[in-house]
Ligand binder design. Structure first.
Ligand code: URA
Length: 438
């Protein structure tokens, strides 16, 4: 293989053969193709795109750069949900145990967050003792025992993606649908679930800002997953406003626990959007994996949430990961009182800017700018109002928690004030699910 000739052809927009792409990725993973050539390849793909066949070849080549898990020994249909990431997105914490309680095996490798807020692994690690970094052998044992496990992805899964993503991140080559699809799908295919449900977030607080971009990614993910022999569906869902009332690691875990227990906990009320979207996404997993009509799957998910069996699965998963939920509750009780953000005028909550709320959470210590930065699990924002609520001047709108960096409260309060728009007119209701791609 002469890499320069492949680069020439890709630059001219010509199609590469699957075995050429496969050989390129394998050589890059072995360290035989330098970063500058792979960066040139990524840029050529960004500018010229890829055919479906090329995208599938890139996906399978990256999948095969590491281990692929098989769940044939698990006597259950398997499914997983992947979210492209949004503000306050704690849905995995509800969906994985809920789908497990509905009779699925849910192998779900997850990530730590780099950016404004933590990833699912960071959230789970705010539970004292919880070990997110299990070996693949221990991860398999947890899935076999309780149906689900929120474990951080190990280096054995799709190492080519890890290497290529780091390169794309610094060469302006992240925003390319074929590269994103290959990156997401290579990992999901290697994890081995038979059904994949994608939650493609769309809006100001999401990676995909516009409806056409989000729909294109959703279609490409579903086509790629089906092309690789999996059952798949994607939902394009709204991400202009945060999901639920909380943004921050321990706060989000607490909110997910409240949803699983069917309580509103410390919040004034239950986060209806988290419940609705969790049930919808879990029902899609159940319907596809168990070949059940969607309405029946929705009813089953609602029943398993209401009868406490999803909560039991979550508590068991946490115990098997070494986590201590009683200690988690004690830690929360020790957090100093929050700073309040109050309404400046009477009116209705017209919009809550997800990006600004995430920036406020970051200022408070809930995210990390570099992989080595520490996260403060207790830091974050709890909204006290939702879209469309009637509010009066002086009414508290949000609580800000920053036990480790109180000096950042003032700047976070400004961001939170800007994030919550109050207007004289009641706003229209917001749909959560914008599009379904099957
Ligand atoms: N998430 C991924 O895993 N990969 C991308 O390329 C973009 C988002």
């Amino acid at each position: 293989m002469i890499v320069k000739l492949l680069l020439d052809r890709k630059r001219e927009g010509r199609e590469l053969a699957p075995d050429e792409i496969y050989a390129l990725v394998a050589a890059y993973t072995r360290g035989e193709v330098p970063d500058y050539q792979m960066a040139a390849f990524a840029m050529a793909v960004c500018c010229k795109g890829m055919t479906d066949a090329e995208t599938l070849a890139l996906t399978t080549a990256m999948r095969d750069s590491g281990d692929s898990l098989s769940w044939d020994d698990l006597p259950l249909p398997t499914a997983d949900k992947h979210s492209t990431g949004g503000v306050g997105d704690k849905l995995s914490l509800v969906i994985q145990p809920l789908a497990a309680a509905c009779g699925l095996g849910v192998p779900s490798l997850t990530g730590r967050g780099l950016g404004l807020t933590g990833g699912t692994a960071d959230k789970m690690e705010s539970i004292p003792g919880y070990v997110a970094g299990l070996s693949l052998a221990d991860y398999r044992k947890v899935v076999a025992a309780c149906g689900c496990s929120l474990t951080v992805q190990t280096g054995e899964i799709a190492p080519a993606d890890k290497k290529l993503y780091a390169l794309r991140d610094v060469t302006g080559t992240v925003p390319s649908i074929p590269l994103i699809v290959a990156s997401i799908l290579s990992k999901k295919l290697a994890e081995g679930a038979g059904t994949l449900v994608f939650d493609v977030k769309c809006g100001a607080g999401a990676f995909m800002k516009t409806r056409p971009e989000a729909a294109a990614l959703a279609k490409a993910l579903v086509a790629g997953a089906k092309g690789a022999g999996r059952k798949a569906v994607a939902l394009v869902t709204a991400m202009d406003e945060p999901l639920g009332f909380t943004v921050g690691n321990a706060l989000e875990v607490q909110e997910a626990i409240d949803v699983l227990k069917g309580e509103s906990g410390q919040a004034a009320r239950s986060p209806g959007d988290v419940v609705e979207l969790s049930v919808e996404l879990a029902a899609r997993m159940v319907a596809l994996a168990r070949e059940m009509p969607l309405d029946e799957a929705r009813a089953l998910c609602r029943a398993r949430l209401a009868d406490g069996s999803a909560w039991t699965r979550f508590a068991e998963m946490v115990r098997l990961h070494g986590g201590d939920l009683a200690a988690f509750q004690k830690e929360l009780d020790k957090v100093p009182p929050p700073r309040l953000v109050v309404a400046a005028a009477n009116g209705f909550v017209a919009a809550i800017d997800a990006q600004k709320v995430a920036q406020a959470a970051f200022e408070l210590g809930a995210g990390r700018a570099q992989a080595t930065d520490a996260i403060d699990p207790a830091a974050g924002v709890r909204l006290l109002v939702a879209h469309g609520d009637k509010v009066s001047a002086g009414q508290p709108l949000a609580e800000l928690y920053a036990p480790a960096r109180p000096e950042r409260l003032a700047v976070a309060a400004r961001l939170a004030e800007e994030a919550i728009s109050v207007s004289g007119d009641a706003p229209a209701a917001r749909p959560l699910v914008l599009e379904v791609v099957e």
